[in-house]
Design a protein around this ligand. Structure first.
Ligand code: SAM
Length: 224
């Protein structure tokens, strides 16, 4: 491992706003803080917003600055990326931000029923092959897990550069009968003035520099 990476990993262990959960703690059991994140980590009952596959966490940080009355958690498997977001949060004293280094494949073992009010999916891997379609973060398998952990008045956001993932998600939502609140194949043409789109992630900036259009879907998952 490169020296710089090693140093970041060592530092990550000392961060008070990061929890690293080994795979073995999740794959066949619920995590001990499931259902208790706000109470145990933030010491309040504010709404919990979660960014899955947060990378360097531009959305987690940007939204946390805009909405100090909400709690924000970024989840990603890559320690080096989480390091960046967590370091910034510590430097800025953002106490409504927390990071979990874990796999999101069992997100319903991490969060409890009705624990999460909003989910952000920011430039998730499109998993273009048919064989890996179930790994897409908007596949029915993931939507079913989100349904469990979300409160009834919930919102899910997807931002992507990828046409296939955009079209696929709209189809999955239509098949499931879930209400699409907003969908656009060019968010900066349609919602230029909305301050939440002033936030641009690391991957997004790369895609924009390649001239790609950024797609966005906002939807809700009815709890029945
Ligand atoms: C394409 S990157 C996007 C990162 C960031 N949201 C952005 O827009 O810059 C996808 C992220 O998802 C994370 N990821 C992919 N599969 C994951 C999994 N199964 N569990 C946790 N994180 C995962 C990767 O580590 C990576 O940081």
């Amino acid at each position: 491992m490169a020296k710089r990476k090693k140093r970041k990993f060592a530092e990550l262990n000392t961060f008070t706003n990061v929890l690293q959960i080994p795979y073995t703690e999740l794959w066949n059991k619920d995590y001990k803080l499931k259902g208790k994140w706000c109470e145990e980590v933030f010491g309040n009952n504010n709404p919990l917003v979660v960014e899955l596959g947060c990378g360097k966490a531009e959305y987690t940080l940007g939204l946390a600055r805009m909405f100090p009355q909400k709690n924000f958690m970024g989840v990603d498997i890559k320690g080096e990326r989480i390091w960046k977001g967590a370091k910034t949060a510590l430097e800025e004293g953002l106490n409504n931000v927390y990071f979990v280094r874990a796999k999101i494949d069992f997100v319903d073992r991490l969060f409890g029923e009705n624990e999460v009010s909003e989910i952000w999916l920011t430039f998730p891997d499109p998993q273009p092959t048919k064989r890996r379609a179930k790994k897409r973060l908007t596949s029915p398998n993931f939507l079913n897990m989100y349904k469990k952990i979300l409160v009834s008045d919930n919102t899910v956001h997807l931002k992507t550069d990828n046409d296939l993932l955009y079209e696929y998600t709209l189809e999955v939502l239509q098949d499931a009968g879930y209400p699409v609140l907003i969908s656009t194949d060019d968010v900066y043409r349609d919602f230029l003035d909305d301050k939440i789109f002033g936030i641009k992630t690391f991957y997004e900036q790369m895609f924009l520099s390649e001239g790609k259009k950024i797609k966005y879907i906002r939807f809700s998952i009815p709890k029945e």
